[in-house]
Design a protein around this ligand. Structure first.
Ligand code: SR1
Ligand code: MG
Length: 400
């Protein structure tokens, strides 16, 4: 039973409580060392800003023999600048979500050492030596076992926070309600790419294609149904931003990070995001003729799904037929959400390096393919299994 959020627990148990702490101030390389010193084994040796994300400040602070990460929420969307203000509640959401998901999937998330509500900062275990799965995929390097761990994580959190006793689930639904970052997803994922919004970013060559998206009534109708599902289906505590950049990897060990988008949402959203990002990795490698690695990425998508499906079967409490029904509905939903993710990563504000880093003309080809396959996933028949999903996400004009 969850009686309080992780931050309350951590604040109450830390002897470095906030008494007398100053009002919120953005940390800098000059100030974060003093801030984090108490979590190190000795004097601060180095401080580096290591954040390359869209939302927060992230620092690594090293002592003689240990290091920590300090992640601080900014009062605005870093990728858009101060003209897009945000509250800093996402730091509380992330600390709490790590606590809940760690109970469902032990060992697959970073440890929270301290949460500071005043500074909207989380002090985290430093996953030193880990790299983002996206970067590893871009380099075409091996990452055996990672997809299965992420699939297992998905099963554990989807099952673990959906089927709780009513009181506990109500408490979690309250703790992880529809947040300001859900509004960011509404805007950047489900709306801007399809309405020609000013926040979109795309190559000049795609201007005609972006106009066509705006005029596509069938597509817009389907996306508006998906947005409504995103806003109303409070099914389970999802990660909310589970792309390949939200997975860190060292050797065969995976960790899932960046949980600030967590909320009670639809089962299919996380699997859809993850599979879409694997499909984008595939499309990028195919565009430059790296077909052997494409087969590897296709294998990762199947491994992810197979671990997710077997994790759900293991945790399913009623009959196997209802689990089969659940998994069919899950891939159907995931396919639709994946289509939206594939399109927004090409024409919206937040892109993926997999495709942005390609040389022309491969880049343009990959962009066009991602948009057209994304559209097929959204408007075509629902996917009845992972093979059908993968075919539609990675081959042209496949509907049947
Ligand atoms: C441009 S900032 C927003 C994006 O970054 C996050 O990782 C989410 O994917 C979000 O849509
Ligand atoms: Mg993120």
């Amino acid at each position: 039973m969850i009686r309080h959020g992780a931050h309350e627990f951590l604040s109450a148990h830390a002897d470095v409580a906030d008494s007398g702490s100053p009002a919120y101030r953005e940390l800098t390389e000059a100030t974060v060392g003093a801030y984090a010193a108490r979590f190190l084994d000795g004097p601060v040796r180095t401080v580096d800003e290591v954040g390359d994300g869209n939302l927060n400040l992230v620092f690594r602070v090293r002592g003689p023999d240990s290091s920590v990460i300090v992640k601080q929420a900014l009062p605005y969307l870093k990728a858009a600048g101060r003209q897009w203000p945000l509250t800093r509640d996402r730091a509380r959401i992330e600390a709490d979500a790590i606590a809940v998901h760690s109970r469902c999937a032990p060992g697959l998330l970073p440890r929270v050492l301290y949460f500071d509500p005043t500074q909207s900062a989380i002090v985290l275990e430093d996953l030193d030596g880990y790299r983002s799965w996206r970067d590893i995929l871009i380099d075409g390097h091996p990452s055996a076992g990672v997809a299965a761990q992420v699939g297992w994580y998905s099963a554990a959190i989807l099952m673990g926070t959906a089927s709780l006793a009513t009181g506990e689930r109500d408490q979690l639904r309250h703790q992880f309600g529809y947040s300001e970052l859900c509004l960011v997803t509404e805007d950047l994922v489900f709306t801007a790419p399809f309405t020609g919004a000013a926040s979109n970013r795309y190559d000049d060559e795609l201007t005609g294609l972006v106009r066509a998206l705006r005029r596509d009534r069938q597509l817009r109708m389907a996306v508006s149904g998906l947005l409504s599902a995103f806003k109303t289906r409070e099914e389970t505590l999802i990660h909310g931003d589970l792309h390949t950049g939200s997975v860190l990897v060292r050797g065969q060990q995976a960790r899932v990070i960046d949980l600030e988008f967590a909320y009670y949402g639809p089962f299919g959203f996380d699997p859809g995001m993850l599979l879409a990002n694997l499909a984008l990795a595939y499309i990028a490698h195919e565009a430059v003729g790296e077909l052997e690695f494409c087969a590897t990425v296709a294998g990762f998508a199947r491994e992810y799904w197979s671990a997710l499906a077997s994790g759900c079967r293991q945790q399913w409490s009623t009959d196997e037929f209802s689990c089969h029904q659940f998994l069919s509905a899950l891939i159907a939903d995931a396919g639709r959400f994946a289509g939206v993710e594939m399109i927004r990563r090409i024409v919206g504000l937040a892109h993926v390096q997999d495709i942005d880093s390609l040389p022309q003309p491969a880049r343009l080809r990959a962009q066009q393919q991602a948009v057209s396959r994304g559209r097929t996933l959204i408007t075509g028949p629902v996917c009845r299994g992972i093979d059908e999903f993968w075919l539609r996400a990675t081959k042209e004009g496949v509907l049947g």
